[in-house]
Design a binder for this molecule. Structure first.
Ligand code: HEM
Length: 436
């Protein structure tokens, strides 16, 4: 999959190079690249939307908008008698769905006629470079029921769930980095350029090394969670802890209650985050606790075990991919996809807003979109250009809080004395703390 992500990121960069210094809607570009990736990954189908416009891509977008509209509508207007025969949008929706169903049926049939059954273990060992898609995997999996609508529906769910979410993460991260102090963007760009050196394509190990960049992406998801609301229905009576509410005895939930978990509010709660509205990727290196919230363990960077700080590390203050039984199945895919795309992009380009960041605007549906597109002018970074000067911006964010350069508190007197020595020796031995 990393190869697929790299190929698509390169196509994006080739296209941007042709548009250097011109106005480009980066939100649209990210939507196109993630659609192309998910099309290949799920069905082995090339939408080719980065380089051309097609009626299929337009149909996919109209269907997505309608699905979004339905999910937020109080009235199920689409169930009105014969709505799909007389109601403008619904007629178009039926037409689009028929087109997409036909394409999907064709792709499934093609995969079925070339089926080569195997066990899951055998499939995992198989060289799948010519068709790494999920469809191929499911069709070849021994015992899989191929006649069912479930296969078709599952693939469609993947397409919808795995496309605009990742595009939104890329869009808002670039938006925030472009409007932040230049030191922040350049620290992350320098990290990418240092890890990759002359390499054009990052591999998995490179992504692991690009911690600042991954934390910037995850900070993007904190401020702009996709989707911004999760919905649950209580199947049994339950009791929720008090949290930051005034309900000292906890909150009783009756069976059948619908619960809206606003990740937007959760991720921006002043009770759970230091400077909650500030885009600050360095926060993920610092522990954070609030003893005023009974029962909340706080955020502990030592509990980060994978590519991103997940719900366990933050004791469920941060739910970028949900949690529990219905947690996102594509979290690793998305984090690696976004990391490869973003690193290839910022290794090669700087970005400047066309107009002001305020022109971008925001609107919310199933995901958070811009109102007017993310209009930016890309500038090519030449490989021999020196790394930008940042004045140690990243470390300064920790030092000015009296923490070590890695964001951890000092544990001993010796460490504090070392801190006050004028010449620091190691990144964790920073000498005199600097103010911002
Ligand atoms: C940054 C990108 C992504 C974000 C922020 C994201 C977020 C989420 C969240 C919050 C949920 C849980 C919804 C709930 O609890 O009600 C979810 C579910 C899901 N996601 Fe993702 N997702 C992303 C990328 C992907 C990708 C790339 C795929 C597929 C390859 C994917 C497939 C799914 C599926 C199938 C579910 C439903 C799981 C179930 O109900 O059992 N997602 N996603």
């Amino acid at each position: 999959m990393v190869t697929l992500f790299n190929e698509r990121a390169e196509i994006l960069c080739d296209d941007l190079e042709k548009k250097e210094h011109k106005v480009v809607d980066m939100e649209e570009r990210f939507c196109s690249v993630t659609l192309d990736i998910i099309g290949k990954a799920v069905f082995n189908y090339d939408f080719g939307s980065v380089t051309k416009e097609s009626p299929i891509v337009k149909a996919v977008y109209r269907v997505l908008r309608e699905a979004e509209h339905r999910s937020s509508s109080f009235i199920p207007y689409w169930n009105l008698p014969y709505a799909d025969q007389w109601m403008g949008g619904q007629v178009e929706f039926r037409r689009d769905m028929t087109m997409l169903d036909d394409i999907l049926a064709e792709l499934i049939n093609k995969a079925v006629t070339t089926r080569s059954e195997a066990t899951v273990e055998e499939l995992e060992e198989r060289d799948s470079s010519d068709d790494p898609s999920l469809l191929r995997f499911l069709v070849d999996m021994r015992g899989e029921d191929l006649s069912s609508m479930v296969l078709r529906d599952d693939l469609m769910t993947m397409l919808i769930a795995g496309h605009e979410t990742t595009a939104a993460m890329l869009t808002w991260t670039l938006f925030e980095l472009a409007k932040a102090e230049p030191g922040m963007f350049h620290e992350i760009q320098n990290e990418v350029r240092t890890v990759l050196k002359d390499k054009d394509r990052p591999d998995y190990d490179d992504i692991v090394k690009m911690k600042k960049m991954r934390y910037a992406l995850i900070e993007g998801l904190r401020l702009y969670p996709e989707p911004p609301v999760l919905i649950r229905r209580a199947r049994t009576e339950d009791e929720l802890p008090q949290g930051s509410s005034v309900m000292k005895d906890g909150i009783k939930v009756l069976r059948g209650t619908d619960i809206f978990v606003s990740t937007w509010n959760l991720h921006r709660s002043p009770d759970l985050w230091e400077n909650p509205y500030e885009f600050d990727p360095t926060r993920w290196e610092r522990p954070y606790k609030n003893p005023k919230i009974p029962g909340w363990a706080g955020y502990d960077p030592d509990k980060v075990t994978g590519l991103y700080p997940n719900e366990s590390a933050s004791d469920f203050a941060f739910l970028p991919f949900g949690g529990g039984a219905r947690k996102c199945v594509g979290d690793q895919f998305a984090v690696i996809e976004a990391s490869v795309t973003f690193s290839v992009l910022i290794k090669n380009f700087d970005f400047e807003f066309e107009g002001s960041p305020d022109d971008v605007g925001m609107q919310t549906g199933a995901t958070i979109h811009t109102m007017n597109g993310l209009k930016m002018r890309p500038r090519k970074v030449q490989p021999d250009e020196p790394l930008a000067e940042t004045g140690g911006w990243w470390e300064r964010q920790h030092l000015k809080r009296g923490l070590s350069a890695s964001g951890r508190p000092y544990h001993s007197k010796q460490e504090v004395e070392n801190q006050n020595r004028p010449n620091k020796q190691t990144p964790d031995d920073p000498g005199i703390p600097m103010s911002n």
